[in-house]
Design a protein around this ligand. Sequence first.
Ligand SMILES: NC(=O)c1ccc[n+]([C@@H]2O[C@H](COP(=O)([O-])OP(=O)(O)OC[C@H]3O[C@@H](n4cnc5c(N)ncnc54)[C@H](O)[C@@H]3O)[C@@H](O)[C@H]2O)c1
Length: 405
Amino acid sequence: MTSSQRTIGVGLISVGWMGKLHARAYSSVPYVYPELGIRPRLVMAADTEASRVEFATRVLGFETGTTDYREVLKNPEVDVVSICAPNFLHAEMGIAAAKAGKHFWIEKPAGRGLAETLAISAAAEAAGVQSTVGFNYRHAPAVEHIRTLVAEGQLGRITNVRASFLAGYAAEPKAALSWRFDRKLSGTGVLGDLFSHAADLCRYTVGEIRSITALTSTMHATRPKLAMGQGTHFDVIEGGELGPVENEDYATAMVRFSDDGPGAEAVGTIEASRIAVGPECGYRIEIYGTEGSVKWDFERMNELQVVIGRHNPQQGYTTVIASPAHGDYSRFQPGPGNTMGFDDLKTIEAKKFLVSVTGGNGGNSTIKDAVASAALVDAAEKSAVDGSWQHLPVESGSMALKSRG
Ligand SMILES: NC(=O)c1ccc[n+]([C@@H]2O[C@H](COP(=O)([O-])OP(=O)(O)OC[C@H]3O[C@@H](n4cnc5c(N)ncnc54)[C@H](O)[C@@H]3O)[C@@H](O)[C@H]2O)c1
């Protein structure tokens, strides 16, 4: 190891889908960003399911494992911690991590609602630790290009935005009743799960949202139970014992953007579903302006549909493929057409987090972005009860575009 290299001790809490992915992302950072000299050291992993702890040490490469996450926070060799547990544990773990002086990378939604997210944010601020939130779709090179086009004014004044995050993981009525459907364990349903991502993408590309009205619905009232720490929420279970679905399958909202920045006077819609038949991960954002528009769909992550110019003789969309000109694409592939994938977005997120931890400007999302997204989710939930418009105090998240004017 050269003197310019810095070893960062990593703790992982929960070894489910996201936990495994965080571990891989940390391990990829030295290969993808060698010039940073950051060497993550996988120190300790925790999960209440013993077989997953064993997986973390045997396969992922953690030096030690435990079934009690507090051991991770007590470990002096751990500098940063990934919190990848189900939502109901985020506040407890995020606050404990901050109090233990550990910088944390926490999965979205950070907490079961605004109050819990604010509590995590306050703890991080009091402890002076860095935070990053799992808003991974921000890092897609095509999304970074959208952000640039909007900021440069190439789309003109933004008129309207359509964000629709339509997933099919629960389209099958016998799809497993994982913790995601239990209000105590998850909080909201698709609002926290997918709407939170869509709200963040709107904020990241266009700007803050100041008012919202929403509708929600639940299509499937019961589903077959799945024990914690077993399988995934994509599992379909035949003949299992049924339990109640306690939160919404679908949500839709109308929004009005803030008064300043590129989205001043813009309006839009945000829609999210976990029961869509057709789109599996159809996470789309369309942004329309007075001079042009863009359309992106995560299912075709490396493509962007763009129109610029009202008097363009080539009417209609041009397909722009993600290339080394966009975001961190060149770190993964040398030329356009060699596509990137979901896991690569997490590697970018790990890099941004670790840069912030080493005192640099990582350009990372922070717990304040989670607060802004949670405020929108909370407002949507309230509005869905009585049809009211909810007006938000525009919190400035770290990547909000308020100052771009
Ligand atoms: N950013 C994204 O795109 C994205 C995608 C999927 C999930 N998520 C988020 O990541 C989080 C985890 O989701 P997942 O799909 O990985 O869940 P998962 O069900 O695959 O894994 C959850 C893990 O937590 C463990 N666990 C439960 N109680 C625990 C405790 N007390 N201590 C330690 N571990 C415990 C379980 O045993 C399980 O291994 C959620 O908040 C979810 O919303 C984010």
